[in-house]
Design a protein around this ligand. Structure first.
Ligand code: 4AZ
Length: 259
């Protein structure tokens, strides 16, 4: 009887969120082309399933979220570049990962330092995207319109997207993020979205780029659900990690030692 009640209640919950998601259409976003965003990549697990996004920041380096990389072996992750439609096996390139760097202070997404860098076996010919530096604080002013990209869910309980999507969301004041999320860390994160919700990143978008002014300003990190009223998405404040990232991203690839 208890089991039946749980079943009925969960069915109700699923169907009610399903209805809410129907008029939302990343959530509340639109299609984006890979030609206009050639540095956006997606990550495949050992079963070939897309699980996160990333950004090409150097020919052989992909910046993603630490929570996308933690607990995974390099051999079990592949990077797909130049492919807008996940199902189009002919498009773009698939690159093997030879090394995973995770920020040494990373614990969990909501505690900050949610950054990781994947080293690729081969250099990619797509143009990399530069990341924000400490001098780029203007890009984090509340109201600045940011573009978040990914192949994540298009509704909170929905499926991930077959096609690359984008959503435009304004940076919110730190006080708003702190009121919503008491453990929000304004030095390490920023939040973006609308009070009414509707437009947001979602599961599967994590690790992917948030851009403004031709730079990578954020990495999709966490939030309570997706596109909920008063629950904006939280992103890594990349400018804060530029100092930690430069040695990893700018490192010359290991020399090939001939026998
Ligand atoms: C996630 O689980 C996730 N609405 C990504 C983004 C957001 C929430 C969750 C923001 O990967």
């Amino acid at each position: 009887m208890r089991r039946l009640l749980v079943l009925v209640l969960s069915a109700l919950l699923v169907s009610s969120t399903g209805v809410a998601a129907a008029d939302e259409q990343v959530v509340g976003g639109e299609r984006a082309s890979i030609e206009a965003n050639p540095w956006v990549v997606h990550l495949l697990d050992d079963r070939g399933t897309q699980f996160c996004g990333g950004t090409l920041v150097a020919p052989q380096k992909v910046l993603t979220a630490a929570h996308c990389a933690t607990g995974r072996a390099a051999r079990d992750v592949q990077v797909v570049a130049g492919r807008e439609d996940k199902q189009d096996r002919q498009a773009g390139v698939v690159a093997a990962v030879t090394d995973i760097w995770i920020h040494r202070q990373y614990v969990s997404a909501d505690q900050g330092e949610d950054v990781a860098v994947l080293t690729l076996r081969k250099s990619l010919s797509y143009p990399p995207l530069p990341f924000a530096e400490p001098t780029d604080q203007a890009l984090y002013e509340p109201g600045t319109e940011l573009r978040a990209l990914g192949w994540g869910r298009t509704s909170e309980n929905g499926r991930t997207s077959r096609y690359l999507m984008q959503a435009t969301v304004p940076v919110l004041p730190d006080d708003y993020c702190l009121d919503t999320y008491p453990h929000f860390l304004k030095e390490d994160m920023f939040c973006a979205g609308y009070d009414a919700g509707k437009v947001d990143t979602c599961q599967g978008d994590s690790g992917g780029p948030v851009v403004a002014g031709g730079k990578l300003v954020g990495v999709t990190s966490w939030g309570e659900g997706c596109a909920r009223r008063g629950k904006p998405g939280v992103y890594v404040r990349i400018s804060r990690y530029a100092k930690d990232l430069h040695p990893v991203v700018d490192a010359s690839p290991p020399a090939v030692v001939e026998p």
